[in-house]
Design a protein around this ligand. Structure first.
Ligand code: 5GP
Length: 114
């Protein structure tokens, strides 16, 4: 999968169902949802994996979580519960190399994940 797929979504070169946007963060529905609510939350700057997060990105990474909180409320899953997860590298299932939080909700979620 293209390394810069999500940059193309940010640039509106590829369509997406956008549910939230700020100056720094974009969120849109996953094309292959694993739950009734499955939203991807990304920074607008390209950071390849969690391993590439630097100290200068700390505030930005925090904004992914405040976005998650707002989207969970917007999607009506905040009270029942939801999960945010970020996969790092192929072994953990990362397939798009631009960091993204998955926000999953709207159904019961088991632990541990597969
Ligand atoms: P990862 O496997 O890297 O943690 O998550 C990548 C996610 O991006 C997958 O859940 C996949 O379904 C989603 N995805 C891949 N291509 C597209 C796309 O073009 N549009 C949207 N909305 N989601 C995509």
């Amino acid at each position: 999968m293209s390394e810069d797929l999500f940059l193309k979504i940010i640039d509106r070169q590829i369509p997406a169902d956008i549910v939230f946007e700020t100056e720094d963060v974009l969120a849109f529905r996953d094309i292959n949802p694993q739950a009734p609510v499955h939203v991807l939350i990304i920074p607008k700057v390209h950071i390849r994996t969690i391993n590439d997060i630097e100290q200068e990105h700390e505030a930005l990474v925090g904004k992914l979580f405040t976005a998650a909180r707002e989207i969970a409320a917007q999607e009506g899953v905040a009270e029942d519960g939801y999960r945010v997860v970020m996969n790092c590298n192929e072994g953990a299932g990362q397939s798009v190399f631009h960091i993204h939080l998955h926000l999953l909700g709207g159904r019961g979620l088991t632990w541990p994940p597969g």
